[in-house]
Design a protein around this ligand. Structure first.
Ligand code: APR
Length: 305
């Protein structure tokens, strides 16, 4: 059975673990500095497996050496937002956690594909890459696939079309520079930009960008975890099963979209070795301007390590 290590057994990490073991995608080891919480959650999760007659294994530890034979390492360690906070507000606190985690993983496993959730995710993915200097195709930030799922859901509500008929695409930054793309989003095979007027599309775009904050405001403490964990298990599955899956992720650009040395959300194909290739969309001048502006703002926040 393949093995997935999840660093951070909080809301997002433990739900991702649940989805991965219940779907028998891989065995999971949950690692957290709060060892008792990780232990309690893994014991509880272990008990659920006989209900589903699934033979995957789940265990917990605070011992990082358990990452050494993992095929995929998911990083969900870090602080979530509180009401009124932006993802960018988490930068100073979470960068220290990512540095710590990256240094530990660096000496133990350079072969695994790494998926980073900790926010602000595009910047945290860049920090992880800079510290480890791992193969960039194996260092992936997860934000844009979650944003695309949110966009799809909101379109489905607006048009009263089943969500399964919607292929939504969001690129850019998992934060203020998020870019839902109506021209590249299909509803039952039709292009969204042809189905709604500009005003409605702008409303859906704004609702998508602020969806995470809306959820945080309702929760009162902590941030979203059902959709983020669903996005993790889909990404882990694509990697473990070498699906060559088309998705969106924050990856290091090397000349694509006219940009270099930046991690930002773009369409990619995913498989066992991580990013198989980056897909370059034919953006029109307005989309391109917005994408480049988002990248420029992101660069302003880049952290030296
Ligand atoms: N090593 C291991 N685990 C850590 C470390 C560390 N250095 N620092 C913190 N953690 C653990 C905490 O003990 C906690 O159990 O990370 C977990 C975070 O869990 P939650 O507080 O429930 O946060 P969660 O909602 O899961 O979000 C985690 O993912 O989506 C992003 O913005 C979100 O940055 C946040 C991250």
């Amino acid at each position: 059975m393949p093995k997935v290590a999840i660093i951070g057994a909080g809301n997002v990490g433990s739900l991702a673990a649940m989805r991965i073991v219940e779907e028998a995608i891989a065995d999971v080891v949950l690692i957290d500095i709060a060892k008792d919480i990780a232990k309690g959650k893994s014991l509880d999760l272990e008990d659920s497996l006989s209900v589903f007659r699934v033979d995957s294994k789940i265990k917990s530890t605070e011992d990082f050496s358990q990452v050494k034979d993992a095929d995929v390492i998911v990083i969900t360690a870090g602080f979530p937002r509180k009401p009124g906070m932006t993802r960018e507000d988490l930068l100073n606190k979470n960068v220290e956690i990512i540095k710590d985690v990256a240094l530990k993983i660096k000496s133990l496993n350079s072969k695994a594909v790494i998926i980073i959730l900790t926010n602000p995710v595009d910047l945290m993915t860049q920090v992880f890459y800079k510290i480890t200097n791992f193969d960039a195709r194996k260092v992936i930030g997860l934000g844009a696939s979650l944003d695309s799922a949110r966009f799809a859901n909101l379109i489905s509500q607006e048009l009263n079309v089943p969500v399964s008929k919607i292929d939504a695409l969001v690129v850019g930054v998992h934060g203020k520079g998020m870019l839902p793309l109506a021209r590249f989003t299909k509803v039952g095979g039709k292009i969204l930009a042809d189905l709604l007027d500009e005003k409605k599309i702008n409303e859906l775009t704004e609702a998508t960008v602020s969806r995470g904050a809306t959820i945080v405001a309702h929760l009162g403490s902590g941030s979203a975890y059902f959709a983020p964990s669903a996005a993790i298990s889909e990404m882990v599955k694509a990697i473990i099963r070498d699906e060559n899956k088309k998705t969106v992720a924050s990856v290091k650009l090397n000349g694509e979209y006219g940009l270099k040395d930046i991690f930002i959300g773009v369409p990619v194909r995913l498989g066992k070795s991580g990013i198989k290739n980056i897909i370059e969309l034919k953006l029109n001048s307005q989309e391109k301007d917005l994408f480049l502006k988002a990248a420029e703002e992101l660069r302003k926040c880049t952290i030296s390590v």
